[in-house]
Write a protein that binds this ligand. Sequence first.
Ligand SMILES: [Zn+2]
Length: 230
Amino acid sequence: MALGGSDTGAPATDWQQQQQQQREQQHNGAIEIVVGPMFAGKTTELLRRVARYEAAGLSVAVVKSNKDDRYCAAHVVTHNGLKRPCFATPSLAAFKEAAGAAYDAFQVIAVDEAQFFPDLKEFCAHAADHEHKRLLLAGLDGDFQRQRFGQVLDLLPMADSVTKLTAHCKFCDQRRVAAVFSLRITADSRQEVVGGADVYAPVCRRHYVQLSQLRGRPLSSSDEASGGEQ
Ligand SMILES: [Zn+2]
């Protein structure tokens, strides 16, 4: 019997069904979203998924906003020092243009700091639905006031999976309590302020409520000490 049983009307073998499923998955777009506060390991998780898809033989592009130049303009860098080359761009349309003919070959597009892209929703919806690409997004779901940040939340109804990571609260004893919010520890009230530990601290709900009332003056060591009690 020849392979390709569907032509002959014979039932497909398990092997043929597996191949068919793999082909269908490759031709199906997807949106995976990773959110969480600052210092939750979102970029680390993004790069872990990138490595997994590359190991499976897929072609991956990594994109980050050029607003975030904390570490290196041409690389995505995690807080713990992992790094890989990327497109640093003001918008996803600009990334597509910069990639040129290479764009068509990308099967996976990983976007770090997704909240910074003004065309996130439109680009990702089109790329997943019509270009059959797998979008991996990492970003903040909320800003320092726990309000929506950029367009990440707009993509939840279109996503295949959503993962919310936590950090460790900076002010709880021994830092074992999960942090779910990003507390800004400077007086700046603009929504977009790029920064690291000098500007933000990951906090639990109790410390968010307690310490956000103190925002506007520098946190003293006594705040940290009183925050660590109870
Ligand atoms: Zn806490």
